[in-house]
Structure formats: structure tokens, C-alpha cells
Design a protein around this ligand. Structure first.
Ligand code: ZN
Length: 383
């Protein structure tokens, strides 16, 4: 099985013609729709890149590269040439992206050269330091066969795509169950061995800090509204407060993003350690509804749900990359795992069954369901 991982690197804006890159992404959109448009002023070598077989690894970018509408920018896939220390090469010699591995010990001496993509000028080259990430993926047996160039918030980026041939291991008697909620209640995980819950934990992002930052954002937005009403809309003070509000929102977003990447990597390493089957219950939609029922404002919900899609995507990406067998499974949190009766929620998110008396914290219910399902899976295996 082929597995992919992607790394984004911001390109120096002063060395890139953003309009030119935008034009390339518009042409890629057409190419994706199987229209061939040959433009006279573009070098043929670059135009050939637009029609490469890129669809198989497009899903590796978390924000997606499938064009949603006509002429929207679609990331341009680019072939790479890898040049090694001993002078040997892999890939297409005319490829627009060249990875030069100059040193084994000092990865900072390795460079990436982007030829003729960042500006429509003959022999135009942008040189970058190679990210450590590339060396790490190579060490794991990967190769950087493709790259992509595109715009994100109008900033030019290079995406490096690592490919690796990997076989999934056969799962042991362990199962690692991951239950994706919201940052308010956290991401719950449990390690199950032969139908018994060994460890269980709820991982929260620092919700207290998020709440404080959010409250500060709201306060600042209110202040801006007040100043505008009394006629100060164009003043520097208003801009300053707006900026402060924005900075806090970005900080919340960064906190949840870092936590998402950290947790995905921690959980996949745990699965690898126990050779466990990874069971993912992505119930973010259900969690969104729960938060709505609590009458939280929509923008708070948005922040509490931020980067959870990214977390699930990263979890799946890493599972594929390291050969961890995984499955998505619905694990209810409001149905009794003993008698399948509807559960009643008590204060403190405790769930109780009026039918058989079963009682447990809400976030633990999916773990009981996972145990129940693993037992019935085993019975099927033994048949
Ligand atoms: Zn029950």
C-alpha cells in the first residue's frame, strides 16, 4: 500500500510572482477537469506538469485540492528530481523541483531549488533550505516524488509530498479507541486488551485558556462597536483594538492546531507500541449538536471545534504512513452498552440507564461500546 504525507513550506513572497502562481493554479483547475489549454508564453516543461497524474495523492493536503468551482485555484503538481551526495539522481531531470542532498550529518546544508515556477522568467530559480521533515521521512523509507505549489491566504507555498510503500501489521489483542468530541469535553481514548479497558483518558486542549482568550476577544469587539457608534470608526485606536481581538482568535486557533498534531502523533505511536487496531469514532457532528443544545454562541462553537477535522485527517495520515491498521466506527454515547436502552443524562455528564441501572461518565460510554463490539468481532473470528 502506498502512503503519503505532506509538508507545507512558505515561499519568500518577494521572490515569487503571486499573480503568475495564481494563473498556474487556474490552469490546473482546467487540467483537473480534463481540458487541455496550452498557453503560448509558458514554457512547455511547466505546462506538462499541469497534466501529470496527480489525482492519486491530491487528498494528502488537509484543505483539499479538488477544485470546488470553475477557475478557483487548484494546487499545481510538480515532479521532483532528487540529487544525492554521491552524485546519483532519481526522478525527472527536467523536473521543476530539485532536492539536493549535500550532507548526511547536517541537514541544513541540503537545499530545494524551484525552477521557473515562481516567476515566468527563463532560468528563474528560488532556493530554499530543506526542512528537517524531508530527512526524517527519508529515514523512514519514504521518497519525495512530488511537490505542489499554490496559494493559501494569498501567500505562496510549496507542498512536499512524501510517498512510502508500507504494509499494515496484523493487530495484536489490543485496540486503541479514539473518540473525537470537541475541545470542551476533549478527545477521549482508551486502550482495550482482550475486551478489558486497561487505560482511559480524556485529552483536553487548555479550555480555561481558550475561554479567557475568547472572553478577551469578545470584550475587544464590543469596545470597537462602542467606539464606532460615537464616531471614532476611522481612528487608529479602533484598528489597534481590532488587531488585538484578531490576535487572540489566531492564538486560540494555533493552540488547538498544535494540540491536534501533538495528539495524533502521540496516539499513533501508542498504537504502534501495542500493535493495536486503531478504532476512530469521529463524532464531531454529534458534538457540534451537543454544544448547540447548550446554547453556546456559534463563534464559540467554531473555536471549540477548530482543527478537529485536521486532527482526524492527521490521525488517518499517520496511521497509513506507519502501517497501523485502523477503522472508523460509530460508537454511541447515548445508548446503553448493556441493554441498548436510551440513556438519560444526569448533571455532570453522567449517563444512566433507566432499564438496567448501568451508569457511567458520558465520554466513557463509547469505550464500553468498543469492548462490546470487539467481543462480538472475536466471536465472529472464532466461528
Ligand atoms: Zn441498560
Amino acid at each position: 500500500m502506498k502512503a503519503y504525507r505532506t509538508r507545507l513550506t512558505r515561499l519568500p513572497k518577494d521572490k515569487c510572482d503571486v499573480d503568475h502562481i495564481r494563473r498556474l493554479t487556474a490552469l490546473t483547475n482546467l487540467a483537473y477537469r480534463e481540458y487541455e489549454v496550452w498557453v503560448l508564453d509558458l514554457p512547455q516543461n511547466i505546462q506538462y506538469q499541469l497534466y501529470g497524474s496527480f489525482k492519486n495523492y491530491m487528498g494528502s493536503l488537509v484543505f483539499g485540492t479538488t477544485p470546488k468551482r470553475w477557475f478557483a485555484g487548484t494546487w499545481v503538481s510538480l515532479k521532483t528530481l532528487r540529487v544525492y551526495q554521491d552524485g546519483s539522481m532519481k526522478g525527472d531531470r527536467t523536473a521543476p523541483v530539485v532536492l539536493e542532498f549535500r550532507s548526511n550529518n547536517d541537514y541544513k546544508r541540503n537545499v530545494i531549488k524551484i525552477r521557473q515556477v515562481c516567476k515566468n522568467e527563463p532560468r528563474y530559480v528560488v532556493e530554499l533550505t530543506m526542512p528537517k521533515w524531508v530527512v526524517e521521512r527519508l529515514r523512514e523509507g519514504g521518497d519525495i516524488k512530488y511537490a505542489m505549489i499554490g496559494l493559501k491566504d494569498d501567500e505562496p507555498y510549496l507542498a512536499l509530498i512524501a510517498e512510502r510503500e508500507v504494509a499494515q501489521y496484523t493487530p495484536s489483542e489490543y485496540r486503541l479507541v479514539v473518540d473525537v468530541n470537541s475541545w470542551k469535553y476533549g478527545i477521549a481514548w482508551g486502550l482495550i486488551k482482550n475486551g478489558k479497558l486497561i487505560t482511559w483518558r480524556t485529552e483536553k486542549s487548555d479550555t480555561f485558556l481558550i475561554n479567557t482568550l475568547y472572553q478577551q476577544t469578545i470584550d475587544r469587539e464590543r469596545k470597537v462597536g462602542k467606539l464606532k457608534r460615537i464616531g471614532y470608526s476611522g481612528s487608529g485606536k479602533v484598528d489597534e483594538i481590532k488587531e488585538q481581538a484578531h490576535a487572540r482568535e489566531s492564538r486560540i486557533y494555533r493552540i488547538t492546531r498544535d494540540k491536534a498534531y501533538f495528539l495524533a502523533s502521540k496516539l499513533v505511536r501508542k498504537a504502534l507500541k501495542y500493535k493495536a487496531l486503531l478504532v476512530i469514532d469521529d463524532m464531531t457532528e454529534e458534538s457540534r449538536r451537543e454544544l448547540l443544545e447548550e446554547r453556546l454562541p456559534r463563534n464559540v462553537i467554531k473555536l471549540l471545534m477548530s482543527n478537529l477535522k485536521r486532527f482526524v485527517h492527521q490521525l488517518e495520515t499517520l496511521a497509513k504512513w506507519y502501517g497501523v491498521p485502523y477503522e472508523f466506527r460509530r460508537l454511541p454515547s447515548t445508548i446503553c452498552p448493556v441493554c441498548e436502552h436510551e440513556l438519560t443524562q444526569l448533571p455532570g455528564r453522567t449517563m444512566v440507564c433507566d432499564n438496567c441501572g448501568f451508569k457511567a461518565p458520558r465520554d466513557k460510554i463509547p469505550m464500553y461500546w468498543a469492548i462490546r463490539l470487539s467481543n462480538s468481532d472475536r466471536e465472529v473470528d472464532e466461528d
